[in-house]
Ligand binder design. Structure first.
Ligand code: DLL
Length: 436
């Protein structure tokens, strides 16, 4: 297929010119980072009192890493680099402690983010004649608005259907002849299983492409979805700390994701030593924002495991590609696209007086969807009591969990001592979802 560029000069920039550009914008990022209370302290301690201390890209090594806890500890404004009157939007994401991380955006930041998304979907052949149905949640989650504005800028007809309500999604796809969808891979599987149940057939659909991301999936999953819907599936990677989707995207070659190096400096480090690893070797992805005014982040440890593909892509883009994300260095679970930390669950259930000391988190797969079961031990005297009391307790725990982690778990009550216990580190998460 012919190579497709939205902005050929930027997308196929010669390496030397790209690095020069990166250095200029790294300096700008350091300069604006120094306006935040967090980085003022952090950078000065590292001997970087002004942007002039960054003389070359090698000086990146002098900048300390930033981690998710730094963002939480700086909540709400410790990482804000501009006057609040210049901020036009925030996105937040929750995590271990329940304290969210917040990313502020100026209009300039949103424009840059939108352009990255537009460039990405253009690279996969989306055009203004396409009908783009965005089945990712709108709101604080960046998958909704991020792709929305990118597809609008391209001139596609955007259907902001958000997530859920499968029957309506299918009806919209049929009535408006949707050609492109954006969803999680699990949701695409779910759609596939529900299509017949709701009285639709593949002949009702006009689908050509799907952008799938927000959670890990394998080549096999891609192929299964492509074969079922007879479409092309493109992998899309991003994280809310780096805007959201649009950080790295596959092109028509469908051979791993170009990471937009005019917007981010990428490094792959060994998760334990923090030292950079060579291209082609797996490690943790570390990113530095180059064009964000309101919340610049320097050397942010994503905890995502990947590697830099050593060979250039036949499409002609010079922005290097990363391999599909193979895992995370921490224990975050992704359940139907929603990020949940085991400690969030622990925090909730340990607030319930009837709950004993032990619990277990089980993940299984039912059809195309993930199922979360939280097993908790409760005090034995409660088992002697009224059955309806036990049902009430289950419902109470389920509602509390749902309020905290968004998803609806199955709650099981167990007698004390019946769940596995541990002498050293506990392994509370049992993930039985089949590896596709
Ligand atoms: O998931 C942003 C996004 C939305 C990306 C829509 C793509 C499409 P967060 O909720 O902050 O942001 O979660 C970010 O999700 O660190 C990865 O662990 C995981 N993730 C995102 N995309 C992929 C992918 C959005 N394509 C976290 N493959 C990231 C594997 C992914 N994991």
């Amino acid at each position: 297929m012919a190579t497709l560029f939205r902005d050929k000069a930027v997308e196929s920039i010669e390496r030397g010119a790209l690095e020069k550009y990166q250095l200029t914008y790294l300096r700008k990022s350091v300069e604006s980072a120094l306006k935040t209370p967090f980085y003022q302290k952090r950078l000065k301690k590292a001997g970087i009192s002004c942007a002039d201390k960054i003389k070359s890209l090698e000086d990146l090594d002098r900048i300390p890493f930033t981690v998710k806890d730094d963002l939480r500890e700086s909540y709400p404004r410790g990482l804000l680099a501009v006057d609040i009157k210049d901020v036009v939007r925030i996105h937040t994401s929750s995590g271990t402690t329940g304290i969210p991380t917040v990313i502020y955006h100026t209009q300039h930041d949103l424009d840059c983010w939108t352009e990255l998304v537009t460039r990405s979907i253009y690279a996969c052949g989306v055009r203004d004649e396409d009908v783009f149905q965005n089945m990712m949640t709108y709101g604080m989650f960046t998958g909704g608005l991020g792709l929305h504005y990118g597809a609008e800028r391209l001139g596609s007809l955007v259907i902001p259907s958000s997530s859920g309500n499968t029957q309506r999604q299918l009806q919209l796809m049929k009535d408006f002849q949707t050609t492109v969808v954006h969803a999680t891979p699990s949701y695409m599987f779910h759609l596939a299983t529900k299509i017949g149940e709701f009285g639709f057939t593949l002949k009702d659909l006009f689908l050509k492409k799907a952008f799938l991301g927000a959670e890990p999936y394998s080549e096999n999953t891609r192929r299964k979805i492509e074969d079922f819907f007879k479409i092309d599936v493109y992998n899309s990677y991003g994280l809310s700390e780096m805007n959201g989707p649009g950080v790295a995207f596959e092109c028509v070659e469908k051979n791993n994701m170009h990471l937009w190096e005019d917007a981010y400096i990428m490094e792959i480090i060994h998760p334990q030593t923090g030292k950079r690893v060579p291209d082609g070797e797996e490690g943790e992805l570390v990113l530095t924002t180059l064009c964000r005014q309101a919340t610049p982040l320097l050397r942010y440890r994503t905890r995502d495991l990947t590697m830099i593909m050593p060979d250039p892509c036949p499409c002609g883009r010079t922005h290097r590609r990363i391999f599909r994300i193979t895992g995370r260095t921490d224990d975050m679970m992704i359940i139907n696209g929603v990020n949940v930390f085991p400690s969030q669950i622990e925090q909730v259930i340990m607030r319930v007086p009837e709950v004993g000391n032990n619990y277990q988190i089980c993940l299984t797969r039912e059809g195309a969807l993930d199922r979360l079961t939280v097993k908790v031990e409760i005090y034995s005297k409660l088992f002697a009591g009224d059955l309806s009391e036990l049902e009430k307790l289950k419902a109470k725990i389920r509602d509390m969990l749902k309020a905290s982690i968004i998803i609806n778990p199955v709650v099981e009550l167990h007698e004390p001592g019946s769940l596995p216990s541990f002498e050293l580190k506990s392994k509370r998460v049992v993930d039985l979802r089949e590896k596709l």
